[in-house]
Design a protein. Structure first.
Length: 127
């Protein structure tokens, strides 16, 4: 039987990332308005909007993976889950690098670290 800590860590990551995806998607109209009122080249404005929603989709997908593993630990393996935890971790890194220290980056980093620790603590057979 899986110890409760890895499951709790994956559940935390899933909730944090799903919340982030919701908030990110909710902010899209402001992003679209900022792009339309700027003088940025159309290609780059459209790219920004696409990447904005792509990030929301990725966050939601990773949240679903971690949520599944929180419910059914045997559905994931340690190496794969550790690799998936790099996605929010890398996103946090780039946010810190280009935008500085702010709450969304902290949330992504916490979710990534929780998932990584959950992957390490998950029994090798996933049970």
């Amino acid at each position: 039987m899986t110890r409760p800590l890895p499951r709790a860590l994956f559940a935390f990551s899933a909730v944090a990332l799903a919340f982030g995806a919701f908030m990110h998607t909710r902010a899209f109209p402001r992003t679209a308005a900022a792009v339309s009122s700027s003088n940025i080249a159309p290609f780059f404005g459209s790219s920004l909007q696409a990447l904005w929603l792509i990030d929301s989709a990725v966050l939601l997908t990773v949240a679903a993976i971690f949520g599944l593993v929180a419910v059914r630990p045997a559905a994931g393996s340690r190496p794969v889950l550790a690799l998936v935890s790099i996605i929010p971790g890398a996103t946090a890194f780039f946010l810190y690098r280009f935008l500085g220290s702010f709450v969304p980056a902290h949330l992504l980093l916490a979710a990534a670290l929780a998932a990584l620790v959950g992957a390490v603590l998950l029994p090798a057979d996933g049970r």
